[in-house]
Design a protein around this ligand. Structure first.
Ligand code: PEP
Ligand code: MN
Length: 384
């Protein structure tokens, strides 16, 4: 049977699953599987995040832009969790205990700006949408969405969580993009009533799918987990206040993180009016700086890259604006890797030669040294 996605769902970046029967069978199986995370753990994260709104703790949410299924091995998960832990140690200088949240054990789906790409030989093929949807191999066949991959996503997330349970203390998170998957993993929350998203401790809604009356925000509004929403340069203050009212009222402080990803200039120009529009809701929100996604550019060689000095500018602007309004900068949301890559460059001058050693499945990540520099700068700003 052929299923074509409705225009509404295509706007929401849902894959055009070619076989509705296979999708139903997969989600039917997912509905009977145990939760990947426990409601007690999500409740603990909510408590931890409330302390961020009081200025007592600080968040580091970081990991891959797009995790691969092959990333779920103990060796890879441990390397990533160790990097988070070390960055957390750097944040301790602020006098605030860090809360570590990995883009880990479930970050397998990507919204893309274009549905197709052109191969070197001129053939147009569908884009890669993340391991939960299609394959990276650049062929039409591999790029066909396969609902069986949703089951594989569950299994790889479970494997990653097993490693995390053996020591590295980090919460998990991913973008709640694939609504079929996320809805199938809703489970009753025996403590707070209603249902929680059992795919991760916290989920966020991306910049492309955060329409106030869209299906992703409806999903986030219906779960008891802490949730995040990305806020880009196009976000109007009235729109953000509607989002905040919808997602945080009736919940304790810390339930909603606003993940600001505007680029340095826009933070300076637009964040103040957003903060003012939120009024009394502003101090109940966890304010995170995603200094990556508003800083993506194409290098001379056509690869996506980001300039570290611009990211530092953005974090500085972010802290300055929040402080000027009596609010706590709550932490960072980053794309990082423990590997020795050079996907982001240090300064504008490096754009002539870089990026090099490019291995990301999607966006350019900070290497360990670059991540240290950015986190150290944030720590310094918080200690001022
Ligand atoms: C991401 O976090 O990888 C992403 C796609 O971000 P955004 O929604 O902010 O563009
Ligand atoms: Mn990304």
């Amino acid at each position: 049977m052929t299923m074509t996605a409705t225009p509404d769902l295509m706007g929401a970046h849902q894959p055009a699953w070619p076989d509705a029967g296979a999708l139903r069978a997969t989600t039917g199986t997912l509905r009977w599987l145990p939760p990947l995370v426990e409601p007690e753990e999500c409740a603990q994260l909510l408590d931890d995040l409330a302390a961020v709104t009081r200025g007592e703790r600080v968040v580091l949410q970081a990991g891959e832009c797009a995790e691969l299924f092959t990333d779920s091995s103990p060796v890879r998960i441990r390397a990533k969790a160790d990097q988070l832990y070390e960055l957390g140690t750097r944040l301790r200088r602020t006098g605030r205990a860090p809360i570590l949240v990995g883009r880990l054990a479930g970050q397998y789906a990507k919204p893309r700006s274009r549905p197709v790409e052109t191969r070197d030989d001129g053939v147009e093929i569908p884009v890669y949408l993340g391991d939960a949807v299609n394959g990276r191999t650049p062929t039409v066949q591999a790029r066909r969405p396969d609902p069986q991959r949703l089951l594989n996503a569950y299994a790889h997330a479970a494997r990653g969580l097993r490693t995390l349970a053996t020591g590295p203390a980090t919460y998990t998170s991913h973008e709640a993009l694939l609504l079929d998957y996320e809805r199938a993993l809703l489970r009753p929350d025996p403590f707070r009533g209603g249902r929680f998203a059992s795919s991760a401790h916290t989920i966020w809604i991306g910049e492309r799918t955060r329409a106030v009356d869209g299906p992703h925000i409806e999903f986030a509004a219906g779960v008891t987990n802490p949730v995040g929403v990305k806020i880009g340069p196009g976000a109007a203050p009235s729109e953000v206040s509607t989002l905040v009212a919808r997602l945080s009222r009736g919940h304790p402080p810390g339930r909603l993180s606003l993940i600001v990803r505007m680029g340095p200039r826009h933070v300076d120009e637009q964040l103040p009016s957003i903060v003012r529009a939120l009024g009394e809701d502003a101090p109940r929100v966890v304010w995170l700086s995603d200094a990556m996604h508003g800083n993506t550019i194409r290098s001379a060689t056509g690869l996506k890259t980001r300039v570290l000095s611009k990211m530092i500018d953005e974090v500085e602007q972010f802290c300055a604006v929040l402080r000027a309004h009596g609010l706590h900068p709550g932490g960072l949301h980053l794309e990082i890797t423990p590997d020795d890559v050079c996907e982001c460059v240090n300064g504008d001058a490096d754009l002539a030669t870089g990026p090099t050693r490019y291995r990301s499945a999607c966006d350019p990540r900070l290497n360990p040294k670059q991540a240290d520099i950015l986190v150290d700068r944030f720590s310094e700003l918080l200690s001022d």
